[in-house]
Design a protein around this ligand. Structure first.
Ligand SMILES: Nc1ncnc2c1ncn2[C@@H]1O[C@H](COP(=O)(O)OP(=O)(O)OP(=O)(O)O)[C@@H](O)[C@H]1O
Length: 270
């Protein structure tokens, strides 16, 4: 997709964990982890079920609690407004079926909200970013269709487009290829290669790194909440667990609906 954001030199950290413990309530799942990812890197997060991969990336997004140590994203503490605008997220397992019969364009437009702020109305650049993101995932001909009328794999691609529409500096994807057919995985790999080429940092939680092997260069393997391997993706052979992946089932209502409603309530059309 084209980007309105000029490629910036990849300087500094995309994120940095120092002795970081991340979890839920007061229970750490990720324990005492040191990890630095530089801007512009493309990193796979691998490991078996329950090893803490999702919790690790949710810690970057402020969706899991930092219980100890330090987590900084783009040089800022987690939850900083600058970080919220700069980070794109494709959550795990969610499809887009829910109570709100949103169209593809509406769901993808939600990805622009953080950039727009409360007051600014969408302009040509916003509409172009949405259209480009939808085209990038191969769904341009479905722009006006209700998302609920798409297949599970197509709905995953809508969520990828929603994250791309924000033109994020850091794109975090949790199992983006789960339940997506081989042709669509190849499309996604091509999209991510173009996104990476603009200097965007990629972090992809996956059980299927092979599908994105041309894009992801570094692998981090989680094991019982700790990092057991950090190095070239090629050297992580055998760590990727293919014993299981989640079918993309279940409503995404908790994550999507309030934002859909906000978009509609604001009367802002794309
Ligand atoms: N919201 C939550 N509240 C409490 N515990 C949680 C929550 N989410 C995950 N956990 C626990 O954290 C541990 C790690 O889960 P996590 O989802 O991070 O693993 P994962 O490596 O992403 O696994 P998978 O490959 O199955 O997606 C699990 O034991 C899980 O029960």
């Amino acid at each position: 997709m084209s980007s309105t954001r000029a490629a910036e030199p990849a300087v500094g950290d995309a994120f940095r964990l120092r002795g970081a413990s991340i979890g839920y309530g007061d229970v750490p799942v990720v324990k005492d982890v040191d990890l630095t990812v530089a801007r512009g890197e493309a990193v796979a997060v691998l490991g078996s079920n329950g090893s803490g991969k999702t919790t690790l990336v949710r810690g970057l997004l402020g969706l899991a609690a930092v219980l100890g140590g330090e987590v900084r994203v783009l040089g800022h503490p987690v939850g900083h407004a600058r970080v919220r605008r700069a980070i794109g997220y494709v959550p795990q397992r969610h499809t887009v079926t829910g109570a709100v019969p949103a169209t593809v364009r509406e769901v993808v437009s939600v990805g622009r909200l953080a950039r727009l702020g409360v007051l600014r109305r969408p302009g040509a650049a916003d509409r172009a970013a949405v259209a480009n993101a939808v085209a990038a995932v191969g769904l341009a001909d479905r722009l006006r269709d209700p998302v609920a009328s798409l297949s599970g794999g197509q709905q995953r691609r809508v969520l990828v487009a929603r994250a791309l529409a924000a033109e994020p500096e850091l794109l975090v994807m949790d199992e983006p290829t789960a339940g997506v057919d081989a042709a669509s995985q190849a499309t996604l790999a091509a999209v991510l290669a173009r996104v990476a080429a603009t200097g965007t940092t990629l972090v992809v939680v996956t059980h299927e790194p092979g599908a994105l092997a041309d894009v992801l260069t570094r692998a981090v393997v989680a094991d019982h909440g700790r990092i057991s391997y950090d190095g070239p993706l090629a050297g992580a052979d055998g760590f990727a667990s293919s014993d299981h992946h989640h079918p993309p089932t279940g409503p995404a209502g908790d994550y999507l609906e309030p934002e859909h409603l906000r978009l509609r309530a604001s009367g802002r059309e794309y």
